[in-house]
Design a protein around this ligand. Structure first.
Ligand code: PA5
Length: 448
């Protein structure tokens, strides 16, 4: 199994010398070994490290079987979850789907819509309007089984679906993906006879895209989950502690961003010149933000979509505060071919690029931007994949996951918990009058 992802860190060396990055070699490999040996912080949550290589054919077949069943029953699958319970699915689905999928005359597979990732009344009401005259199924996904946003959405969707098709048919179209034993969702699924899939105990939400959390909805949407997992497997092999540091893309990425961080760059912008990666960047932001934002430390993960954002954020990146570095995901080959037409009149003066493929212009925009930003004091890490395929996206997922674990250990924090997420929840519960939060409710109300 070989990998196709490449990383180029040479455009950070104007800012931090190569020897400084490579001086982190031992630390990075030690961090990687700690992930493998389970000797670092948060070692109860390392089930994702060997997840790709431990996924069995039987497991994939079981997922595909349920996916086929849902494909036969529904035009839409409503993926109901928040954070790690939906971002990976959306990242992969958007990366691999037609840009104008809602407008396609015919869809061969159910389309994915999302619920429970916000608490917007308008969003939910408008989703129900769409679902009213469509056949749909629900994948309700929550590891804890108690998260408020998806719980509210699921209560509404379940009632809607039961009214629409009847209780028994609804139960047949609902799949619950949750903890093996605990939580309200598990209890509900058992009592209602929903098909269930398990999120392993030792895999946290943001590392769960290669569990049924991501694999089931992606299979329903017609994506090749075998190829996705194979891509991740190849990257698991390529990034093991046996690989030399200079050949290990994840160790290089982690060491480079950590060196930049220690030398004053505390914002990382994930950029891409491919609009299909916008949601991939959202997944990445959760992975890195939730993993590293601890103890008042950590790189702030941001994202831009170029060239679109060169006409908005580009000014800041070029000339704003010099606390940023950029990591660019390059897609070497587009899937389709389209050339710029020749025009005799040439009023727009574009004839110098007539007959060129649009992607050639995009690539020159990318290289031009890279050099302009480096010259402007923004170091650049370039991560390239040959094309947007299941396999290369699988590589990319595991590349970023293992790099995130290494990075977190280099930073000295636990990259696998998220205690800070509880603060808003407690306040919300208190303000909503949840039993048990009376004292906090009084305190908060006095401050409002
Ligand atoms: O990464 C995480 O653990 C979180 O973002 C969770 O995925 C998110 O809070 C949703 O949690 P749950 O799946 O328990 O509903």
């Amino acid at each position: 199994m070989t990998t196709t992802l490449k990383i180029d860190i040479s455009k950070v060396f104007d800012y931090v010398p190569e020897r400084l990055v490579f001086s982190r070699r031992d630390e990075a490999i030690k961090a990687l070994k700690a992930l493998y040996d389970k000797t670092g912080k948060g070692n109860d949550f390392l089930g994702w490290v060997h997840l790709p290589s431990s996924i069995t054919d039987n497991h994939l077949s079981e997922l595909k079987k349920t996916a086929h069943m849902l494909q036969n029953e529904a035009e839409i699958l409503v993926v109901t979850g928040i954070g790690g319970s939906y971002l990976g699915t959306r990242a992969v689905d958007e990366a691999l789907s037609h840009s104008f999928q809602p407008w396609l005359k015919k869809n061969d597979f159910p389309r994915l819509l999302y619920a429970g990732q916000n608490i917007s009344e308008d969003y939910m009401a408008e989703l129900l309007e769409i679902l009213e005259d469509k056949s749909y199924a629900i994948a309700v996904i929550s590891k804890s089984g108690t998260t408020t946003e998806p719980a509210i959405a699921f209560r509404i969707l379940r009632e809607h679906l039961e009214k629409k098709v009847g209780k028994d048919a609804a139960a047949h179209r609902i799949v619950a993906i949750t903890d093996a034993h605990r939580g309200a969702l598990k209890q509900l699924a058992d009592s209602q006879g929903y098909k269930t899939f398990v999120i392993p105990d030792d895999v946290g939400g943001r590392y769960s895209v290669l569990t049924p959390v991501g694999l089931l909805p992606l299979a329903v949407a017609g994506h090749d989950i075998d190829a996705l997992v194979n891509g991740a497997r190849a990257m698991e092999m390529a990034t093991s502690p046996e690989t030399a540091f200079e050949n290990n893309p994840s160790a290089l990425y982690a060491a480079t961003r950590n060196t930049l961080y220690r030398n004053g760059k505390n914002i990382e912008i994930l950029a891409s010149f491919h609009h299909k990666l916008v949601w991939f960047a959202e997944w990445w932001k959760q992975l890195y933000g939730e993993s590293e934002g601890k103890d008042n430390t950590g790189i702030f993960p941001a994202s831009v979509n170029y060239t679109t954002d060169l006409h908005s954020m580009g000014q800041y990146v070029q000339e704003g505060m010099r606390s940023i570095f950029e990591s660019v995901i390059t897609v070497e080959n587009p899937a389709k071919t389209l050339r710029i037409p020749h025009d005799e009149v040439n009023l727009d003066e574009l004839n110098y690029i007539s007959n060129k493929r649009i992607d050639e212009v995009n690539k020159m925009a990318e290289l031009g931007t890279l050099l302009a930003h480096v010259d402007g004091g923004v170091p650049n890490i370039r991560i390239s994949i040959p094309a947007l395929t299941e396999s290369s996206v699988g590589e990319l997922i595991y590349f970023f996951e293992i790099a995130c674990g290494i990075s977190g250990y280099l930073q000295g924090i636990n990259p696998f918990d998220q205690p800070g997420v509880e603060a808003y929840k407690k306040n919300m519960f208190a303000l909503l009058g949840k039993p048990g939060f009376e004292e906090l409710s009084r305190k908060l109300r006095n401050r409002l």
